[in-house]
Design a protein around this ligand. Structure first.
Ligand code: ADP
Ligand code: ZN
Ligand code: ZN
Length: 746
């Protein structure tokens, strides 16, 4: 039997270690043959520690840094062809490098669970076997010692692909088939599968299920500007209700007519079922939706339908940016400013930024849409990287709502609701219209305190107060979910006068119900929507058009279209104005504009009441008087002056530990390591270690080290050298640490 120098197979495995692992190709296969069969992007099983795990081949090589005798051969080749199309494979590698995430972790936390477990993608048709490229090249002298295996290879070689059933009928046992499979000499195929070329259907005249709306002129300009071929990025900057979705739909139609697929990303599917419905209502093409409610099997099926081209439209949230596509044509990412596009733990990627990178790699257009674009995207328009498409008026007869400031210093508020706000709510209900009340704090009250001694209820695991939840009779920490009963008396002075101070949605709801006993009031927050179907009830009530009051947190601000809401009341506009995060103002402007945008989307002009203690705050005034566009331009100018993102590029290294000083001193060490790679300079600066905004959380002390640079490559080069040094440092095991590139929250 011929013996060859084996090929080195470099494999990514699901492990937090920042490296690939070297294995050997099977001994009885020549390196040339192995190179053909063991392609990057194919899964293999490999021995890893004491286990056997599923890994993914990243590359093959003739050399290893390790001693050959120490390397083990791979187990079994799972895929006969790469699981991921090359462009997506490249995207993963790019993203893992850019976000400093071990490639194995990045891949395996993003693939459908069943693929991680090594299952074969489901294929239509009858299972059978054919010779692999390896099997086809098998010399006549190979497998001399395995006569039965040789006979099977000869059979398939003579007769072509064979049904698994008939192989068994020819008296070959299952182990023989398995052994050949493991050697990669034969591969599973589907025989006589009449795999329908589903994409051809889209060229059909019946592509549309319903007629397109007649575009008004700026919509038409936008649709015309979006080229269907080649890479281009567009920012569709359209006020709430301006008909961005219609622009998406008609741009998608264009690429469907070329037999291409569209990938549509939205922040959250369960909150906005209408969006999905609008896509389904418009097109007669197969569409899959990737959301968290899918079973593992359904998810894999949807993934495969995207990969084989059986689905023409793929709608999903953040991680859907990694869906394989057979013939990509267009990527759309709605509400591009939404924070949920950035994963906040583990693989900390930004789906928005990756959508652009992916579009570039696939040479297709990408459209980012929002009524309140991020400063990053606006800056990309200013520098010419994105083409700026503007829809400045509402579609149909709807006009922009009228904003009014309610000065809380001058007016008394009861349970968070000022007298004039209450009067406007009453008036709206009497006019048989709907009201939306926005308060970004769930629970009954954000604090409980003792009137006599000033004691406050605090979480002993976090630096924070406990929130009073009256319906559940509990004090709950919103940071670590620690819960306890509401005490009967003050634990400190035994006094009886415990006060629930401030207001959350539960309290304002109770007060409104008391004021309007006959009106339906629907609360929307994480507590009220825990029950299955709760959100649907809210949509049904809102869509019925009956007068009602919707009260809730930012879950209510997301892209809903309720035609009969004519009054929006923001109970507390101040909290965001004083956030220490440099994005605080940007987020406040976005949130207020989005909430306000729920008002007056039908034919009646809407009103927006903004309650604040800071009616003269210059930014609030600017937002009210001139709208989000001018507001954002001003913020962007400030960012440039203060040299903050997007004018500098930032990464944050975080560490946390149960012992108070450990995280801080660890980051001091990280800073030393970093400075010896790249000394501080005007081009690359360090800040920290600093305590995190909530220094203690869930019993851990949290610190961060901020690094910023004027050029991305300099920051990348530093992090790429630094990460393995941190990982290999003995102190790294004592803390939890992570790197966050382009952090969204500090
Ligand atoms: P956005 O996503 O920009 O907030 P939508 O796409 O939800 O706005 O559109 C708001 C409303 O305007 C929807 O009811 C939509 O059907 C309607 N609309 C959009 N474009 C047109 C148009 N060209 N003619 C008539 N109605 C339109
Ligand atoms: Zn007390
Ligand atoms: Zn806590």
């Amino acid at each position: 039997m011929a013996q060859f120098e084996p090929l080195i197979i470099r494999v990514a495995v699901p492990s937090p270690l920042r490296r690939l692992f070297d294995y050997l190709s099977p001994a009885d296969i020549s390196p040339d043959q192995a190179e053909k069969a063991l392609q990057p992007g194919c899964r293999v099983t490999v021995p890893f520690g004491r286990r056997e795990v599923t890994g993914l081949i990243i590359e093959t090589s003739r050399h290893s840094e390790f001693e050959m005798s120490k390397l083990k051969p791979i187990g079994q080749l799972i895929d006969q062809e790469p699981l991921l199309p090359p462009s997506l494979f490249k995207l993963f590698i790019w993203a893992a490098n850019y976000y400093q995430q071990p490639i194995g972790d990045a891949l395996f936390t993003t693939l459908p669970v069943l693929l991680r477990k090594g299952e074969l993608p489901p294929l239509p048709g009858q299972p059978g076997w054919r010779l692999s490229t390896l099997g086809l090249g098998l010399g006549p002298d190979s497998l001399k010692q395995a006569r039965k295996q040789r006979a099977l290879v000869d059979l398939i070689s003579d007769s072509g692909p064979e049904l698994a059933e008939s192989i068994i009928l020819e008296a070959f046992s299952r182990p023989i088939i398995k052994q050949l499979g493991q050697k990669g000499l034969i591969e599973p195929v589907l025989i006589d599968a009449n795999a329908s070329e589903v994409l051809d259907q889209s060229l059909d005249e019946n592509l549309l299920k319903e007629d397109n709306l007649k575009l008004y002129s700026s919509q038409q300009t936008a649709v015309d500007a979006i080229e269907s071929h080649g890479f281009n990025s567009y920012l569709l900057d359209g006020v709430t209700g301006s008909g961005k979705t219609e622009v998406y739909l008609q741009s998608i139609e264009k690429v469907l007519r070329y037999g291409r697929q569209a990938l549509v990303l939205i922040p959250e599917i369960s909150l906005t079922p209408q969006t999905e419905q609008r896509f389904r209502d418009r097109f007669n093409v197969p569409m899959v939706t990737l959301h968290s409610g899918l079973s593992d099997k359904q998810r894999l099926k949807a993934w495969m339908d995207a990969k084989t081209g059986a689905a023409s439209i793929i709608l999903g949230t953040r991680s859907a940016v990694f869906t394989p596509l057979k013939s990509p044509g267009l990527i759309i990412l709605d509400e591009e400013h939404d924070q949920s596009y950035k994963q906040q733990e583990g693989f900390r990627y930004s789906a928005r930024d990756l959508a652009v990178i992916r579009a570039q790699q696939e040479s297709i257009p990408v459209v980012l849409g929002s009524a309140t674009p991020s400063l990053e995207s606006l800056n990309n328009c200013a520098t010419g990287r994105y083409q700026h498409l503007i829809l400045s008026t509402r579609a149909g007869d709807a006009v922009q709502p009228d904003w009014q400031m309610i000065d809380l210093k001058a007016e008394r508020a009861e349970s968070g609701i000022a007298a004039s706000t209450l009067a406007a709510i009453g008036e709206t209900i009497r006019n048989k219209q709907q009201v939306l009340v926005f308060l970004n704090r769930r629970g009954y009250a954000p604090a409980m305190l003792c009137h006599q001694c000033g004691w406050t209820a605090e979480c002993n695991q976090c630096d924070s107060r406990l929130t009073v939840h009256r319906a559940r009779s509990r004090l709950i920490c919103h940071h670590c979910d620690h819960q306890r009963r509401i005490p009967q008396q003050c634990p400190s002075c035994k006094g009886q006068q415990l006060i629930a101070a401030g207001e959350g949605t539960e309290r304002s709801e109770a007060y409104l119900q008391q004021c309007f006993p006959d009106t339906k009031i629907l609360r929307v927050d994480r507590d009220s929507t825990r029950r299955k179907g709760a959100m649907q009830e809210v949509f049904d009530a809102a869509n019925s058009g009956e007068p009602c009051i919707l009260i809730g947190t930012q879950m209510l601000a997301k892209g809903h279209h309720f035609a009969n809401v004519t009054l929006v009341a923001v109970l507390d506009a101040d909290s965001g104005l004083f956030s220490p995060d440099f994005r605080g103002h940007e987020r406040t402007g976005q949130l207020l504009t989005q909430v306000a945008g729920r008002s007056g989307r039908g034919t009646i002009r809407g009103r927006v009441f903004i309650q604040t203690h800071q009616p003269d705050h210059p930014l609030l005034e600017l937002l009210m008087a001139q709208g989000y566009g001018h507001f954002a331009t001003q913020l962007l100018a400030q960012r440039q002056l203060s040299q903050m993102p997007p004018f500098r590029h930032m990464a944050v290294i975080r560490a946390e530990s149960e012992r108070a000083n450990e995280a801080e001193s660890f980051l001091r060490l990280v800073r030393q390591l970093a400075e010896s790679i790249s000394p501080p300079s005007p081009r690359l600066g360090y800040l920290g270690p600093l305590p995190a905004m909530l220094e203690k959380r869930a019993g851990r002390f949290r610190y961060l080290l901020q690094i910023d640079a004027d050029q991305r490559p300099a920051l990348q080069a530093l992090l790429t050298q630094l990460a393995p040094q941190i990982e290999n440092h003995k102190d790294a095991r004592r803390v939890r640490w992570s790197i966050d590139v382009d952090p969204q929250e500090l």
